[in-house]
Design a protein around this ligand. Structure first.
Ligand code: CTP
Length: 455
């Protein structure tokens, strides 16, 4: 049997229209337009929890995996117990937690080799430097590492550790070795760490881990998902405008919102193209990503792929200005003062919104005041179909895991209260899809020829 979990009775569970709450991305859409999404339901997942502070997020991860219909068998290392209890993980997973390779009672119920065969996926989150080292060496001193060797299922790890540890050559060598052995590595993300420092080493958020390992699949006999056959192009992240070969002007965008939208659009069945500035977020499964640096490169890559795009979402924080000249060699500090001449960067969103019969154009507006007025002005000035506006400032918007937004279109608006960027992205994709259909319907009606009625 294939180990990918797509086979036979494992694909029977479809998301039900009314029972699944927020898992149903398209609740509220009229029945005639609704379609069912089927995720990798019924998948057997071994969730390995090793001993890092990020282990406190694993009960949430288990819940999210189970929400998607997966059976989750938690396997803890000894040190994981320091950060999260067996009782909690047993309660949320609904299965006794396995901790010991030599537990005769547990082995009698399902031996470790059987358990390794049972799994469709082995996910280790958080993965510490210690467990990565053991895995890279092929060592199997405990149950979790033994399972990693004994399974034929894909192994995915979400590392989490102090950023200096993550950058250590020994850890990087182990990361490379694991990647060469076929282990998929999610993150880590850059951000504030439990130790009070900032850098790469934060475990990817549970929502993003789930999105990365559980891409939706469509099962025969169910309607196609709502955005099936549609192409969505999303710009995300910051741009970098070079001053010289080693310096640039940029901003604090993390790309999280754009990537969350890409993941939600993909889950809704769309072909998704991400044109992304430099970020440290993992590209969601099934999404095509084109990496760029400057606003000019983002403009060129967007226009290269815009033909046939149905929905364009400009989530990138594109530089409005770039240095008029970028020095070919590193600028030396000779003068006591220095000024830089800046010129306007191309407006990607406005240029796409100008295309005749172009895509449904969605922009973002990040403001520090007068949110509604400024956003509505941008909607009109750039001739957009919709604008998503949020307040930015200290701990708001940029580089945060949560966001609250106001959405405006010509004859309507809607508020979305503070929530995780992935939950918000699902809601936004649903609204964008509704408005897109509305525009399509209106356009079809205007295009119908007038029929003269004679007596
Ligand atoms: N945008 C773009 N290309 C640019 C600048 C912005 O595509 N060169 C897009 C952004 O992705 C976002 C929206 O336009 O969707 C933001 O509009 P903009 O007017 O540029 O916002 P601000 O830069 O915040 O403008 P202002 O400083 O005037 O408030």
């Amino acid at each position: 049997m294939s180990k990918c979990g797509y086979q036979g009775d494992k694909t029977q569970v479809a998301l039900q229209d009314t029972k699944q709450g927020r898992n149903d991305l398209f609740a509220g859409i009229p029945c005639r337009l609704r379609a069912k999404l089927v995720f990798m339901a019924g998948q057997n997942i071994i969730l390995g929890v090793s001993g890092g502070i990020a282990a406190y997020k694993t009960p949430e991860l288990v819940r999210r995996l189970r929400d998607r219909g997966a059976a989750v068998q938690v396997v803890m290392t000894r040190s994981a117990n320091e950060f999260v209890t067996e009782t909690t993980l047993q309660a949320v997973s609904g299965m006794p937690v396995r901790t010991n390779l030599w537990d005769p009672q547990a082995e009698a119920a399902m031996g470790h080799i059987e358990l390794a065969r049972w799994a469709d996926l082995v996910l280790i989150a958080p993965a510490t430097a210690e467990i990565m080292a053991r895995m890279a060496a092929g060592a199997a001193p405990d149950l979790l590492t033994t399972l990693c060797l004994a399974t034929e299922a894909p192994v995915v790890i979400a590392p989490a550790m102090n950023h200096v540890m993550w950058s250590h050559p020994a850890v990087q060598e182990n990361r490379q070795k694991l990647a060469d052995h076929g282990v998929r590595i999610l993150g880590p993300e850059i951000g504030d760490q439990a130790c009070g420092e900032t850098g790469p080493g934060r475990m990817m958020e549970p929502d993003d881990i789930v999105a990365a390992v559980m891409a939706p699949i469509v099962v025969a006999n169910v309607e196609p998902p709502p955005l099936a056959g549609k192409t969505v192009l999303i710009t995300a992240g910051p741009t970098r405008e070079a001053l010289d070969p080693v310096r640039f002007i940029s901003n604090r965008s993390s790309g999280k919102m754009g990537y969350a939208l890409a993941s939600a659009a993909r889950q809704a069945g769309a072909e998704v193209i991400l044109v992304s500035g430099p970020v440290s977020v993992t590209v969601p499964d099934g999404v095509k990503c084109i990496n760029v640096e400057s606003a000019q490169q983002m403009f060129a890559a967007t226009h290269e792929h815009i033909e046939g795009v149905d929905i364009f979402i400009a989530a990138a924080a594109v530089a409005d200005y770039r240095p008029a000249n970028s020095a070919e060699q590193k600028i030396k500090k000779t003068a006591s003062e220095m000024s830089v001449e800046l010129v306007r960067a191309p407006d990607i969103l406005a240029s796409v919104a100008k295309i005749n019969n172009g895509p449904f154009a969605v922009g973002f507006a990040a403001e520090t005041e007068n949110l509604r007025d400024y956003a509505r002005t941008k909607l009109d000035k750039k001739n957009l179909d919709m604008i998503i506006a949020n307040l930015v400032g200290e701990n708001l918007g940029f580089d945060a895991d949560e966001n609250a937004v106001e959405v405006y279109w010509r004859d309507g608006e809607q508020s979305f209260p503070m929530t995780t960027k992935s939950a918000l992205a699902e809601d936004l994709i649903r609204l964008i899809f509704e408005r897109y259909l509305e525009k399509l319907t209106a356009a079809t009606q205007t295009a119908l020829p007038a029929i003269a009625i004679r007596d």
